[in-house]
Design a protein around this ligand. Structure first.
Ligand code: TRP
Length: 337
């Protein structure tokens, strides 16, 4: 009965690259949504370590960060009994399918990807083939699990479109093989902006640490960063065009407390920015506190964490191998005895 129920649940795949630090933006924009989805859907949440090699990484740092990211997923409340939480590199079908899909993806399509254009401008000394091929690996991630829905932010829509095109192309050539995934747009995912340049999205790899709140920032640091957040000079706590800094702080407050923006405005009417910032910081500190406590406990419980990612990777391998076998058969490889 239970297995039948899980069969009927739709499948979600999402991944975060282990670069920089997981931020309040990732929490409000992605992880908090994952928490809502995790019992309704069958979810795969991967730390997409293979993708992060497309820019240079220090091996020691990368290893530490990969672990920190996975443990932060758990600390945020992703339930490993109901979802698969694993490292992409532990499931070899991802790179295997990526190779096949490479042969069904055109150079022109990849050259049009805006993220490739942006990243190659940013890393002009290291425009490697992996950077170009990045979206194909992402397509493999998604298509391996016969994924129904992919929660994506605006910057990944183009990659998801390409994934759909590749799936449709393959299906047209060989018959129904891949589920064609749909984007999953959360109801009202607040987009959290940089604290220093509030017209830009809060980025987990911003060079200026004052631009983001890391999930693991201490209360002091959080207070300092929010106090320093760029605002405007008209001293009115109101959500309005051109008041990007204040709008951002209002969004943060509202998403973490669940209060409507208009209620938050009313609450702070006539108050100064200083007090508002202090209260925003307090809400952030309180919201991150349980996550940070769970994080510490989990980091002290490496056996448990290992058990989670190992079991998840085994299940992920078993599910994804079915798709890969189907693909190998369709393209004409001799089946393994
Ligand atoms: N490219 C995504 C990003 O940078 C990360 C990613 C890799 C991903 N594989 C994925 C997201 C599969 C969703 C599904 O945000």
């Amino acid at each position: 009965m239970e297995s039948q129920q899980t069969q009927e649940k739709k499948i979600i795949f999402s991944g975060i690259q282990p670069s920089g630090h997981l931020t309040l933006g990732n929490y409000i924009g992605a992880l908090k949504n994952w928490l809502k989805l995790q019992y309704e859907y069958r979810c795969c949440f991967a730390v997409v370590d293979l993708h992060s090699l497309t820019v240079r990484q220090d091996p020691k740092e990368l290893r530490r960060r990969c672990m920190e990211f996975l443990v932060q997923y758990l600390a945020c409340g992703i339930d490993p009994k109901e979802n698969l939480i694993f490292f992409q590199s532990h499931v070899h079908t991802h790179t295997e399918l990526a190779w096949i899909l490479n042969c069904y993806t055109y150079m022109g399509e990849l050259g049009r990807m805006t993220q490739f254009k942006d990243k190659s401008a940013k890393h002009a000394d290291n425009i490697n083939a992996g950077l170009f091929d990045y979206p194909v690996l992402m397509a493999a991630d998604i298509l391996l699990y016969q994924t129904d829905l992919v929660p994506v932010g605006g910057d990944q829509k183009q990659h998801l479109e390409l994934t759909r095109d590749i799936a449709i192309r393959f299906n047209n050539l060989y018959g129904e093989t891949f589920k064609v995934p749909e984007p999953y747009i959360p109801e009202v995912g607040a987009r959290i902006m940089s604290l220093q340049e509030p017209t830009k999205k809060m980025s987990k790899s911003d060079e200026n640490p004052n631009a983001y709140i890391a999930l693991l920032d201490s209360p002091d640091v959080i207070m300092k960063k929010i106090k320093r957040a760029v605002t405007d000079s008209d001293n009115e706590i109101k959500y309005a065009e051109g008041k990007d800094g204040i709008n951002n702080l209002l969004s943060i407050y509202s998403s973490l407390t669940g209060e409507k923006i208009s209620d938050v405005e009313a609450k702070f009417a006539g108050k100064g920015y200083g007090q508002f910032k202090t209260e925003v910081a307090e809400v952030v500190i309180e919201s991150l506190k349980p996550i940070q406590e769970r994080y510490k406990d989990l980091m002290n419980n490496q056996d448990y964490v290992k058990e989670v990612y190992t079991t998840s990777a085994e299940k992920a391998l078993s599910i994804s191998s079915k798709t890969l076998r189907k693909v190998y058969k369709k393209v004409g490889f001799v089946p393994k005895a």
